[in-house]
Design a binder for this molecule. Structure first.
Ligand SMILES: [Ca+2]
Length: 74
């Protein structure tokens, strides 16, 4: 249920749902392609930005794909 809601709130920002692939959503937000989302990259989606510290479980200021996927599955 949470995963579904998460996809929905990303949809207006990225349109990635059309691909049906959650990994594409991460890639769409990872503008510099380094495999992690900075706060600046996350800032394009206000709800992601609001949850940034919750998703960034190790507190290094970057959301890795692992952290992103873990948040999705919570
Ligand atoms: Ca992190």
């Amino acid at each position: 249920m949470k995963k579904f809601a998460f996809i929905l709130f990303f949809l207006p920002a990225t349109g990635a749902l059309a691909s049906g692939n959650i990994s594409d959503l991460f890639a769409a937000l990872d503008k510099d392609g380094n495999g992690a989302l900075s706060k600046e990259e996350a800032s394009v989606e206000s709800r992601l930005a609001a949850a940034f510290d919750e998703i960034d479980t190790d507190g290094d200021g970057q959301i890795t794909r692992a952290e992103f996927d873990k948040y999705q599955s919570n």
